[in-house]
Design a protein around this ligand. Structure first.
Ligand SMILES: NC(=O)c1ccc[n+]([C@@H]2O[C@H](COP(=O)([O-])OP(=O)(O)OC[C@H]3O[C@@H](n4cnc5c(N)ncnc54)[C@H](OP(=O)(O)O)[C@@H]3O)[C@@H](O)[C@H]2O)c1
Length: 272
C-alpha cells in the first residue's frame, strides 16, 4: 500500500481510488480507516509525512543514519555492515523505494561499493546519486556498472569532461564551485539540478559528512536516526551539527520514536 501511494504521486494520479483502502483530504493528507492492526498503524504513521507529499509539496528531502549508542556510523576502518538490525535494513530499503532518488557521499561509495537498490522490499529502485566532486569513486563501482537503476554523478564543473568521458553526458551533473571555494558543492544547486530532472522526493542515505552538511545547511525536512544497542568506539562519526555554547541554544526538534526490532528510530521534524 505504501508503494501504491508513492507510485500514484510519481505518475501524477489522484491520491486514491476505490482499490486503495485509504482516506485522503487536502488539509490532512492520508488517513487509515478504523480497525487496522497497531503495527500497520505505527508503520503508516512513520511514513505519513513522506506519503502526504503531492503537487507543489512533492519537493521533500529526508535523511537517515544508522548509528551506535556512542554516535558512530561505521568502525574506524569504514566497516558499516551492519550497524542496525534487519528491521533497520528493511526500513532503509523502504525509504529507497518510496523516494525518487537516493544520495550518497563519495566516501560511502568508495568504502561500501553499494548497490542502493530495494532488494529487501517490493518497489522500484530509485535513481542513484553520488556526490563525488573530485571523481574519487572508481569507474568500475557497482553503481556505475550494474545497470540496476539510473545513476547520476555530481561533480565539480572542472571535472566535467573527464566525468562525461567516463559515464556519458546524461549521467553527469557538473556544478560550479561553491562561492566559499574549496571542494564543497553548493547543496541547494545540487537539489535544484536533481529536481530539474524530475527527482522530487530525495533520500540522503549517508554517510555522516553528507547528511550533516544537509542538516547544517537547513536542507532536510526530516531525519531518521536509527540507534542500535552497540558500542563501536572511535569510528566514523554520525551527525555533526553547529556547536552550541549554551544548552539554551541547542537544537531541540520535535521527535517521535519507533521501535525497529532492537533498535530505536528517532524521527526528527527539522522543518518545525
Ligand atoms: N550507518 C549508516 O547509516 C551509514 C550510511 C552510509 C554510510 N555509512 C558509512 O559511512 C562511512 C562514510 O561516511 P563519511 O561520513 O566518512 O563520508 P560520506 O558522507 O559518505 O562522503 C563524504 C564525501 O562526499 C563528498 N561530498 C559530500 N557532500 C559534499 C558537498 N556538499 N560538496 C562536495 N563534496 C561532498 C565529499 O567528497 P570528497 O572528499 O571527495 O570531497 C565528502 O568528503 C562509510 O564507512 C560507510 O560505510 C554508514
Amino acid at each position: 500500500m505504501l508503494l501504491d501511494i508513492a507510485q500514484r504521486r510519481r505518475r501524477g494520479l489522484p491520491p486514491t481510488d476505490a482499490r486503495l483502502p485509504l482516506h485522503w483530504s487536502a488539509h490532512a493528507g492520508y488517513a487509515l480507516p478504523e480497525g487496522w492492526h497497531a503495527d500497520a498503524q505505527s508503520l503508516f504513521a512513520l511514513f505519513k509525512p513522506l506519503l502526504d507529499r503531492r503537487g507543489d509539496a512533492a519537493d521533500w528531502t529526508i535523511g537517515q543514519l544508522g548509528q551506535s549508542l556512542d554516535g558512530c556510523i561505521a568502525t574506524h576502518t569504514g566497516d558499516a555492515c551492519f550497524v542496525n538490525g534487519p528491521e533497520g535494513l528493511v526500513h532503509l530499503h523502504r525509504l529507497r523505494a518510496l523516494c525518487d532518488a537516493v544520495v550518497v557521499g563519495a566516501s560511502t561509495a568508495c568504502l561500501d561499493n553499494p548497490q542502493l537498490t530495494t532488494r529487501r522490499v517490493p518497489g522500484p529502485n530509485p535513481t542513484r546519486v553520488v556526490l563525488d566532486p573530485r571523481l574519487r569513486v572508481p569507474a568500475d563501482a557497482k553503481l556505475f556498472r550494474d545497470g540496476q537503476a539510473p545513476t547520476l554523478l555530481v561533480c565539480h564543473a572542472a571535472h566535467r569532461t573527464q566525468a562525461e568521458a567516463r559515464l556519458g553526458a546524461d549521467r553527469v551533473v557538473a556544478l560550479p564551485a561553491h562561492p566559499s571555494g574549496g571542494a564543497v558543492l553548493a547543496l541547494p544547486a545540487v537539489l535544484a539540478a536533481l529536481r530539474a530532472r524530475g527527482l522530487r522526493t530525495l533520500f540522503i542515505e549517508g554517510g555522516g559528512v553528507t547528511v550533516s552538511q544537509f542538516v547544517q545547511q537547513g536542507l532536510l525536512d526530516r531525519l531518521h536516526l536509527i540507534v542500535a544497542p552497540v558500542l563501536i568506539g572511535a569510528g566514523h562519526p554520525g551527525l555533526r551539527v553547529k556547536r552550541s555554547d549554551a544548552m539554551a541554544d541547542a537544537l531541540r526538534p520535535p521527535v517521535r520514536t519507533f521501535a525497529l526490532g532492537g533498535d530505536v528510530l528517532w524521527d526528527m521534524d527539522l522543518r518545525a
